[in-house]
Design a protein around this ligand. Structure first.
Ligand SMILES: C[S@@+](CC[C@H](N)C(=O)[O-])C[C@H]1O[C@@H](n2cnc3c(N)ncnc32)[C@H](O)[C@@H]1O
Length: 259
């Protein structure tokens, strides 16, 4: 993200969650089901825009921001917000750091590196921290589409990642049957999910909803303009706005009773 956008463009987020991906109405609908919110965790702080947004949405909550970076000068300094430094790519270190936070989170948002292996590591390690009925947001799930550059860079062809797993869990819930052991084994891959992690997530996830933007962004992520060529589906600066791009997917998962 570049400069802070003017307020009339941003709604409360000031983050690309709203002006580019247009995730925020989808989130608002799910967050309204949470009831009182006491603990929130977000991976990926960047310039603190989404921490400020979460602070406004959940004024009574303790908010934990996790990032590979040390605390930056523009991150909100607030007694209700604390920061933890962790690398999503260091699976063992991440697990230790998360265990230290303890369970009982109402909401976890994963908006970090978007590398498929990191998305899997966070989902496996942080989903168990949710209280029953809590929500896990896996943002920028489109990077696990097999034709996305990050997937192609980090995964061999046909490697199952978070998107495959969430599609499988959503499908199994929709048709009313469990994920079978052979299916769990097929969804496992080194560096992503083990068969045990697939089984544990399938057993605990009570609902999955996947969102994909089907409209134009409010403004361009690159130049900030809202003057688009509606026929070529491009911003005036050249950025593609085609709906065929692997872009702007997110998922909300609800935790069932703890195992
Ligand atoms: C997409 S930005 C976060 C945006 C922010 N949540 C918002 O909506 O304003 C991604 C963040 O992930 C952090 N990040 C990148 N790689 C990481 C890693 N391996 N572990 C933890 N954080 C990482 C970056 O430093 C950056 O702050």
């Amino acid at each position: 993200m570049g400069e802070q956008a003017p307020l009339h463009w941003t709604d409360p987020t000031g983050s690309d969650k709203h002006f580019w991906h247009r995730f925020s109405p989808f989130y608002r609908r799910h967050f309204a089901t949470l009831g009182p919110v006491g603990r929130v965790l977000e991976f990926g702080v960047l310039n603190g825009a989404s921490i400020r947004w979460l602070r406004g949405l959940f004024p009574a909550a303790e908010i934990v921001g996790v990032d590979i970076l040390p605390v930056q000068p523009d991150w909100p300094a607030d007694p209700a917000v604390r920061y933890m430094r962790a690398d999503q790519g260091d699976r063992a270190g991440l697990e230790v750091a998360l265990v230290g936070l303890g369970a009982g989170f109402d909401l976890v948002i994963e908006d970090g590196s978007h590398v498929p292996q990191h998305q899997a590591a966070c989902l496996a390690a942080a989903f168990p921290l949710l209280r029953p009925g809590g929500l896990y947001v896996l943002e920028d799930l489109h990077t696990s589409l097999p034709w996305h550059a990050l997937y192609r860079h980090h995964c061999a062809p046909d490697t199952p990642g978070s998107l495959h797993l969430l599609l499988a869990i959503e499908h199994a819930l929709a048709v009313g049957r469990p994920i079978l052991p052979a299916e769990a084994a097929r969804l496992a891959a080194p560096g992503l999910f083990s068969a045990g992690e697939v089984a544990a997530l399938a057993a605990r996830v009570a609902a999955v909803e996947i969102f994909r933007r089907g409209s134009l962004p409010l403004r361009c992520w690159s130049c900030g303009s809202d003057r688009f060529d509606y026929v070529a589906l491009r911003c005036g600066c050249g950025v593609s706005l085609s709906l065929a791009e692997p872009d702007s997917m997110t998922a909300v998962l609800r935790a069932g009773a703890s195992g």
